[in-house]
Ligand binder design. Structure first.
Ligand SMILES: [Fe+2]
Length: 410
């Protein structure tokens, strides 16, 4: 499979309305009442006690909506949260997810269960939701996951110990209200980890394979490959990260930097909603159980080695990243530009505090077989990766990562 978009395809799945900007959260009531009179708001215990959250709820009530709040969303969204929402919510016209990725994923997963009944397990997989769901409004507060615009809800099934996904255009949020002021109180470590995650999404989506999908594949598969619309989002997101990621980590109160990184995370969400992610995400998932590293730092730690694995298969794409990051020296070769891009991405990851050696994540050689065996089973992500992702390739990435060997591969 080559790296050419032979169809000249552009494809994007997205919310009907995206509202971005400082203070735009104050439009929630105006938009929510367009769906009816009964709002369910899902969030976590910390967010629920903030004045910002109280103001959102008041705005909904002032706009004539009855408001029910579920404030027990947990990190890594456990299935029981979805089932608890389903049993307490009653009839609702709109679900509003306020918070980080798991709060927004909870809103999306609940919208399927509340509309169609049953168990969230019935909707695990791709396009398993039978029809339209309760409309969802997402309001992110961390600026990293991109979950505000994706048609994906990751749910941890406690009984099987597996992370599963509801991946379906029917759970695409109707409206995303992205207000960078809400990230001003996001703790420094979480800001850094989610920024590393978003940066990784931009790199993985931009260097993913164009899959040249058939109409049948477009209708039945969630990840249909890199294309000219996702490239546009990636290029813009990379430019904004380049300008403001270091600044947002150094000065979390800098609203302009917050806005840039949050817009970049939105761009990343738009890209991965169609392309998906690739090797770094496939390998991080089984690694997460070992060091309990935050997702963004785990993916970011792998990225330097994954980029080196992929470099020969996606040289032109990495050179494109160099253009976006303004490190492509005029007159230099594509290979030189590609290497410059990788070095700049690493500097950005380093600025976030991402450990760039896998030993810092508790990984050693004894874990390689288990991680490699599990990583290559994530077939949706494996197929996205430009370099063939065999067990051997994964072990190579891990070995370089544990050694902290960031020389370029021969
Ligand atoms: Fe991610």
């Amino acid at each position: 499979m080559g790296m050419e978009n032979a169809l000249g395809l552009g494809l994007v799945r997205q919310p009907k309305t995206v509202l971005f900007g400082p203070g735009q959260r104050r439009q929630l009531g105006r938009y929510a009442k367009g769906f009816g009179t009964r709002a369910l708001v899902v969030t976590d215990a910390r967010m629920a006690t903030t004045p910002e959250f109280e103001a959102l709820a008041k705005d909904l009530r002032d706009s004539g909506l009855a408001v029910t709040v579920f404030d027990r969303a947990e990190p890594d969204l456990p299935r029981r949260n979805v089932m608890d929402v389903a049993s307490m919510a009653g009839a609702v016209d709109v679900i509003i997810g306020v918070g980080g990725g798991s709060c927004m994923d909870l809103a999306k997963a609940s919208s399927a269960v509340l509309a169609h009944g049953g168990d969230v397990r019935d909707y695990f997989g791709e396009f398993a939701v039978p029809g339209p769901c309760i409309p969802v409004i997402t309001i992110p507060t961390t600026g990293g996951t991109g979950a505000e615009v994706t048609s994906l809800a990751i749910v941890f099934d406690e009984e099987t110990g597996m992370k599963m996904a509801v991946a379906d255009a029917h759970i695409e949020p109707a409206i995303a209200i992205i207000d960078p002021e809400l990230t001003l109180t996001c703790p420094k470590g979480l800001t850094a980890a989610t920024a590393a995650d978003a940066l990784s999404h931009l790199v993985e989506a931009y260097t993913a394979r164009p899959k040249n999908p058939t109409p049948e594949q477009i209708a039945t598969q969630i990840y249909v490959g890199k294309n000219r619309i996702t490239d546009m989002f990636c290029e813009n997101g990379l430019k904004l990260m380049n300008r403001s990621l270091e600044r947002v980590v150094a000065t979390p109160s800098d609203l302009e930097a917050r806005a840039d990184v949050m817009f970049a995370a939105y761009c990343a969400g738009m890209a991965i909603n169609t392309t998906g992610t690739a090797a770094a995400h496939a390998i991080q998932s089984p690694m997460a159980a070992i060091g309990h590293t935050p997702h963004g730092f785990g993916v970011g730690a792998l990225l330097p080695y994954v980029m080196r694995l992929n470099l020969p298969y996606a040289t032109a794409e990495f050179a494109g990243i160099a253009q976006a990051l303004d490190v492509a020296a005029p007159g230099s070769s594509q290979e030189e530009q590609a290497r410059a891009a990788i070095i700049r991405i690493e500097a950005l990851l380093e600025a976030t505090g991402t450990p760039l050696e896998l030993t810092a994540l508790g990984i050693d050689e004894s874990h390689f077989d288990r991680i490699a065996g599990s990583a290559i089973k994530a077939s949706r992500l494996v197929l996205n990766n430009p370099a063939p992702l065999t067990e051997e390739a994964v072990r190579k990435v891990l070995a370089r990562g544990v050694a902290g060997d960031r020389s370029f591969w021969e």
